[in-house]
Write a protein that binds this ligand. Structure first.
Ligand SMILES: O=c1ccn([C@H]2C[C@H](O)[C@@H](CO)O2)c(=O)[nH]1
Length: 194
């Protein structure tokens, strides 16, 4: 799809941040507004998730959250992949929990930054989340959470924000629901059939 917008090195089109909706806009309204105004949903280009805005244009609280994910990234333990990831998870009461990826010589025991942040929050008694920011060292390309982490995030609600960011100031925002449609959910275990 041709948007007539600047294209960054990875072939991802940049969307002007002036079209970003206010962060308090209810989710269903956001989707309707995007559609009725012709505003672009996050696009996938060449298998990469498109950048939809510049971090500098986000509200202070979200910019701070993203900054905290960069801080978390500095603690990554990733001697095998050398791929640092940081996550900062914002709870409904305004607390921020950080997580980084922690790898292991037994490779499959490694844990992602997002899951670390969620587990840390839950083990501190917090289960109501507003947003998570994720960053890696990738430039002009945002990092999107792996399938396992999407499922773990969904355990604690579908309608909260995932800010996928690049290390050089770009982001894409999607909800957990948008990242994992047609999912298996906790409520599926409670169907009347069972
Ligand atoms: O969303 C992601 C994707 C990857 N990783 C980690 C897992 C592994 O340590 C490294 C390379 O996959 O990055 C995360 O923490 N989060």
């Amino acid at each position: 799809m041709k948007l007539g917008l600047p294209t960054c090195a990875s072939g991802v089109r940049l969307k002007p941040s002036s079209t970003a909706l206010p962060s308090g806009t209810p989710r269903h309204t956001q989707t309707q507004l995007r559609k009725s105004s012709g505003m672009a949903e996050p696009q996938v280009s060449k298998g990469k998730l498109a950048i939809t805005g510049a971090v500098k244009d986000l509200p202070d609280s979200i910019r701070d959250l993203i900054q905290r994910s960069h801080q978390a990234k500095t603690l990554a333990y990733c001697p095998y992949s050398n791929f640092r990831v940081g996550a900062a998870l914002l709870t409904e009461d305004g607390t921020v929990f950080l997580g980084c990826n922690v790898e292991n010589a037994c490779y499959n025991l490694g844990i992602c930054a997002e899951r670390n942040a969620v587990s840390t929050a839950v083990s501190q008694g917090q289960k109501r989340f507003k947003a998570i920011a994720i960053t890696s060292d990738l430039k002009k390309q945002v990092i999107s959470p792996c399938g396992g982490c999407r499922q773990v995030m969904l355990e604690f609600g579908a309608d909260w924000d995932v800010y996928m960011t690049s290390s050089d100031g770009f982001y894409t925002r999607m909800t957990v629901q948008e990242l994992l449609p047609l999912s298996f959910r906790p409520e599926d275990l409670k169907s009347e059939e069972n």
